[in-house]
Design a protein. Structure first.
Length: 491
């Protein structure tokens, strides 16, 4: 068997700097695996701070001309990019499934969400408009203009390789900034393809740059004096690290962290419809998403019917390679993450939670080396248990029954994370009370995954988000621009 680096079917990634693909100054590489098979499909260079500096220098050189390009002309590049993404839609989705593991339908949905961000950013000529007022005093006028801030960067997670970078890239460049992207070293292939497509739009060299790598690249981005703002999505500990380090270096920062999302079910809910939605929330993308349901909180008499239906639904899921038809749940991202998720199931059993469906021994015959964990259901989970307290990021549902809505809200308030939450009910009063008092920033009513569309802000609260302005929508425009106030008088 030849060395991985010499195999023709294994792609060694390059960085994209100044309008061309260039070899990284790396001495180490990270193997990219297909999670469904365990096969190595790529090698990510663990780039250095010198690689980051080269990307920043290219972005800084491109900034003056790009900043002076009319906003409607900048938007035209994104229109072209959207068209190319549509033409290569299925190829992008297959790439996402191959490197991440989610089912092909889930990958298609994530690519569609990424394209929607591009569509919204195309509206920059309207979204960037300022304001003005004549005669704030006799003969004096005041105007506010939005201006780009310079070189900006984004650090993306592994779970949505085509979508999450698009929360930032189109908004950053359409507002006149230049951009440096660091994809997750575990899933670099989707962004390689998307940057290739962007490059076919004749975007000026240096406007968009990509640097592959790991922790050293993250720290170099946070520290580099030429970068004015940093966007991040990932776990809470790393989000806190990025936000603290970037702001200490004088940058704007928005860091989206982890979650422990509570899904509340009232006794008056439509159980059959609700459980179908809840099942997708907990087990879609194998639970590897920051809006996935984690704690299922049935209220009063809802406990038994919710539990029975969820157990039945969990057992009916078909686990396997996400590229194969009929598969409803793919693998988790890596062997190490599989062991982490299995470890949480072990902890749940040890701490006394009632295991109703056990996914630890799930195997897929034609993919014996895949990183599969089956859908798992625990009942009688206390918030003091590890599975009730910590983010698992896998297909594990923890049921924690309570007596009333006040107790459910109290559970959420006691938890340090507050990303998303949902309630299933037919009561408008209960839904209003829940939405008003829930601590999470994204609230669903009879919605399992409370994911805002690209024209609304995306981000949590408490330890799920560090910063002021959230991702995409008008917040994205605000984050990537400075408001310049001009006060004028003419004699």
């Amino acid at each position: 068997m030849p060395d991985v680096a010499e195999r023709p079917d294994v792609l060694t990634l390059d960085n994209f700097i100044g309008g061309r693909w260039v070899k990284a100054r790396a001495s180490e590489y990270f193997d990219v695996h297909n999670p469904a098979s365990g096969d190595v499909i790529g090698r990510t260079p663990l780039s250095t701070s010198d690689d980051v500096d080269a990307a920043v220098q290219a972005a800084a050189q491109a900034f003056p001309a790009w900043r002076d390009t009319p906003v409607n002309a900048r938007a035209q590049f994104l229109y072209k990019f959207k068209q190319l993404c549509e033409q290569h839609f299925d190829e992008l989705a297959r790439t996402v499934t191959t490197e991440h593991g989610k089912t092909l339908d889930e990958a298609r949905g994530s690519v569609r969400r990424g394209i929607e961000c591009v569509e919204v950013a195309c509206g920059a000529p309207s979204l960037m408009q300022g304001s003005g007022l004549e005669d704030i005093s006799a003969g004096i006028d005041c105007h506010v203009f939005r201006q780009p801030i310079g070189v900006v960067a984004a650090i993306a997670p592994f779970n949505f390789p085509a979508m999450v970078p698009m929360w930032f890239l189109p908004f950053a460049i359409v507002t006149g900034n230049t951009f440096v992207l660091k994809p997750s070293e575990q899933v670099p292939l989707s962004q390689r393809k998307m940057v290739d497509l962007l490059n076919k739009c004749d975007l000026p060299p240096g406007v968009v740059n990509l640097v592959n790598g790991g922790r050293d690249v993250v720290n170099a981005i946070c520290d580099h004096p030429g970068i004015r703002a940093v966007s991040f999505v990932g776990s809470t500990p790393v989000a806190k690290h990025v936000y603290t380090r970037a702001t200490a270096a004088g940058k704007r920062a928005q860091a989206l962290g982890g979650a422990k999302n509570f899904v509340v079910v009232m006794p008056d809910a439509d159980f059959d419809r609700s459980i179908a939605i809840i099942t997708e929330s907990f087990y879609g993308c194998a639970g590897e998403r920051c809006l996935a349901g984690s704690m299922l909180v049935p209220i009063g008499d809802a406990h038994k019917p919710v539990r029975e239906r969820l157990v039945e639904a969990a057992k009916s899921l078909r686990v396997g390679d996400g590229l194969q038809p009929g598969i409803t749940m793919g693998p988790v991202i890596s062997a190490a993450h599989r062991e982490k998720v299995v470890g949480y199931i072990d902890k749940g059993v040890a701490e006394g939670a009632k295991l109703l469906v056990d996914g630890r021994q799930t195997r897929v015959e034609d993919r014996p080396n895949g990183y599969f964990v089956g859908a798992t259901v625990f009942d009688e989970v206390s918030p003091k248990m590890a599975i009730g307290r910590e983010e698992i990021f896998g297909p594990v549902a923890s049921i924690s029954p309570v007596k009333n809505l006040e107790e459910a809200i109290a559970l959420m308030r006691a938890h340090p994370n507050a990303n998303a939450t949902s309630i299933f009910t037919s009561s408008g009063k209960a839904a209003r009370e829940f939405a008003k008092h829930a601590t999470a920033s994204m609230v669903g009513v009879n919605i399992g995954v409370a994911a805002p569309m690209a024209y609304f802000p995306f981000g949590g609260a408490k330890d799920s988000f560090f910063g002021d302005l959230k991702a995409h929508g008008r917040d994205g425009i605000e984050f990537y621009t400075d408001k310049k106030v001009t006060i004028s008088r003419w004699f």
